[in-house]
Each structure stands twice: as structure tokens, then as C-alpha cells.
Design a protein around this ligand. Structure first.
Ligand code: TMP
Length: 213
């Protein structure tokens, strides 16, 4: 039997996707399922709009008059993740599962879709903990997206821009630990079940160290 020196830790599970693809619904559903199963878990949504940096980001997102250079906006989103790095690591080491609603990949995909260099974008996040599993909710027919309630209220909810973001996200599709779930024409419960199948092996803890970007 293989020897290991590592204490069991919790898993870092990320749900990613374009705007309005159901990430928030699914992260909340997953969180509730884990709590029902008496598994300790925490949900963190990025951007976390409650922190000082998060408040700046919120203003930038909802007030289209607010001007920020693309680089500054990118670094704010990244700083918002760094604000929560210790909390994430501590929770994992305490054996808790962390569910993330967006993370580093959103940062890279959205900012590089604006024309910033892909690797420059990723550099700002190097050193953050890497998810053990990333689930990308993939809406293949984008027309559905535009028809969803509330679409267009925030800065990036413009079809042409979302197409560019999607293209950037596809650069991660073959990464280790990525899983793509097609969401078109599926119910919330069907998608929840698919997510559960993909993460259920991780819920009892992981016996290897946290990886980092
Ligand atoms: P939300 O709708 O999930 O709250 O995200 C707000 C917007 O911010 C969404 O359009 C995606 C964008 N975003 C970035 O541009 N960079 C980032 O690092 C993150 C986390 C989100």
C-alpha cells in the first residue's frame, strides 16, 4: 500500500461558466446537498462584493459610467481572490469542502477577452490554491443566454463579448481536473445530479497537498 504523510484535507471545487449559465443556482444546490449529508462545506462567490475591494468591483460592474483601465480592473478582481486565500487554505486544512462560484479562470477569460495578454492575466493569480475539480457549465446555444431574465443589466452581459470570453475559457477545456457539462435543455435537478456524479469521489477528503497556480 502506498504510504502518505498527508493529513486528509477538504476538496476545492469550482463551478465556472459564462454569465447567467446557472453557476450560482448550482453552487447553492451543491452546498445544500453537502450540508444535508452532514459534510462541512463553505461557499465562496467571486467577486466577493462584500470586501473593500469587492465594493469597488461592484460599483464598476453595475455603473457603466465608472471608468477603470482594463489592467486595473483585472488586478482588482485578482486582489479580491488574494483577500480570501488564507480563508480558503485554512478551511481546506480543517477538512472543509470549499465550493467556488467563479475563480481564477473567470479572471483570465474575461480580462483576456478585452485584449489583455492571457499569461499576464494569469500571472496575477500565480500562488493561489488550485481547484481539485473545475466544472464548466457550458451553454452551447447562446441565444438561450440572451433570453434569460435579467440579462444585460451588468457591464459584461453583451453577446459579442460573451462569445470572446467563451473562446478564452476553451483554452482551459483540456486542463487536468476540468469537466464540461452541457446545460442546454436540462433541468436544474438534472445538472445538479451530473455535478454530483463528478464530485462525489472528493467529498470524503483528499490525501494529497493543495496544488497552487
Ligand atoms: P457574477 O455575475 O458571477 O457576480 O460576476 C460578475 C462579473 O464579473 C461577470 O460578468 C464576470 C466578471 N468577472 C471578471 O471579469 N473577472 C473576474 O475575475 C471575476 C471573478 C468575474
Amino acid at each position: 500500500m502506498e504510504e502518505t504523510n498527508y493529513k486528509k484535507r477538504g476538496a476545492l471545487i469550482l463551478i465556472e461558466g459564462l454569465d447567467r449559465t446557472g453557476k450560482t443556482t448550482q453552487t447553492i444546490a451543491l452546498m445544500n446537498k453537502l450540508l444535508n449529508e452532514k459534510i462541512q462545506a463553505n461557499l465562496i462567490k467571486f467577486p466577493d462584493r462584500s470586501t473593500p475591494i469587492g465594493k469597488l468591483i461592484n460599483t464598476y460592474l453595475i455603473d457603466k459610467e465608472t471608468q477603470l483601465s482594463d489592467e486595473s480592473a483585472h488586478l482588482l478582481f485578482s486582489a479580491n481572490r488574494w483577500e480570501l486565500k488564507d480563508k480558503i487554505i485554512n478551511n481546506l486544512q480543517e477538512g472543509k469542502i470549499i465550493i467556488l462560484d467563479r475563480y481564477v479562470y473567470s479572471g483570465v477569460a474575461y480580462s483576456s477577452a478585452k485584449g489583455l495578454d492571457f499569461n499576464w492575466c494569469l500571472n496575477a493569480d500565480l500562488g493561489l490554491p488550485k481547484p481539485d475539480k473545475t466544472i464548466f457549465l457550458n451553454l452551447e446555444n447562446d441565444q438561450d443566454l440572451i433570453n434569460r431574465k435579467g440579462y444585460g443589466e451588468e457591464r459584461y452581459e453583451v453577446k459579442n463579448f460573451q462569445d470572446k470570453v467563451k473562446l478564452k475559457f476553451t483554452r482551459f477545456f483540456n486542463d487536468k481536473n476540468w469537466e464540461i457539462i452541457k446545460v442546454d435543455n436540462k433541468t436544474i435537478d438534472q445538472i445538479s445530479l451530473e455535478i454530483w456524479i463528478k464530485i462525489k469521489d472528493l467529498i470524503n477528503g483528499i490525501e494529497k497537498p493543495i496544488e497552487f497556480f
